[in-house]
Write a protein that binds this ligand. Sequence first.
Ligand code: MN
Length: 285
Amino acid sequence: MPPRERSRSSRFAVALKKLSTYRKKRDFDKTAEPSGDTPVAPSKQRRFVIQKHDATRLHYDLRLEFDGVFKSWAVTKGPSLDPHDKRLAVEVEDHPLDYGDFEGTIPKGQYGGGTVMLWDRGYWEAEDPERGFKKGDLKFTLQGEKLHGSWVLVRMRNDRNGGKRNNWLLIKHRDDFVREGKANTILDEDKSVASGRSMDQIAAGKGKAPKPFMTAKGGRGKADAVWNSNRGDAAEARAANKKPASQPAKARAPAKPAKGRKAAMPEFVTPQLCTLVDRPPAGEG
Ligand code: MN
C-alpha cells in the first residue's frame, strides 16, 4: 500500500518502529528531548530543521522530514555554501518529528549531552526522495531561513564503518545561492531561527522561548528546556508517578488560583495512571 493510503494509526505505528533506536538511546526521565509523543501539525510540504549541537564535538544535525520521521545526519563541520566543500554527514538514527522544535540543553552524561540551537528550518523537496535515499544520491532543494537552493547528499562507497555505510557527503550545487571562499560566511549567522538566541543564552536557559514550527500551537517551547533528573519538583513528581516525563516541570504544575476565583484552564494536566501496589489504600470504603 502506498504511504498516502495508510491509515493515520498505521502510519504512526510505522514511525514508532523507526524510532526504536532513538528511544533506546535516551532516558526521557533525564532529558527534555521529545519522545515522539507530541502531535505535529500537518504540512503539505516536507519540513527540515538544522540543529547546531554543542556536544562532545560541535556539529550540525540536518533533519529531513520523510515518511513520518526525520531522516538525520550529523554534519561535522556544518553546511557550506561553497560547492568545493564536501562536508561529511554521518547518518544517525531517525528522529521523531517533534524533535524539530527542540532547543535547549541535554544534560551532561546523557546521550548527546550539550546545548542545542534551532539553527535553520523550513521546507525541502526532491523529485524522487525514496529513490534518492535508497541509491545514496539525494538531490534536493532547501527553502529555509538561512539555507536555500539545491544540494546533494551522496553516500560514500568505501566506508570502513563495518559495511554499514553511514557516511555521506553534503555538497552545495551551483546556483544563485553559492558563496565561494571568503564569501562563504553562512555559519557566522549564529542565532536561533526559533528564538533569536545565541548558544550561550540557550545554555543559560535565558531569553525568548523558541517559536514552534513542527508541533501544533500550544506545543513545546520553553526558554529553559533542560531536564535535571535528581532534583526539583520534577524529580518528586516522577518519584510519585513513574510515567516518562515529556513535558518540563513548569508545564505540569500550573500555579494554584486563589480560593473561589475563576482561573484559566491549565495548559497541561498530568494524567493519573494506575500503579500496581502491594495492598489496598487504608481509608474507609
Ligand atoms: Mn547531534
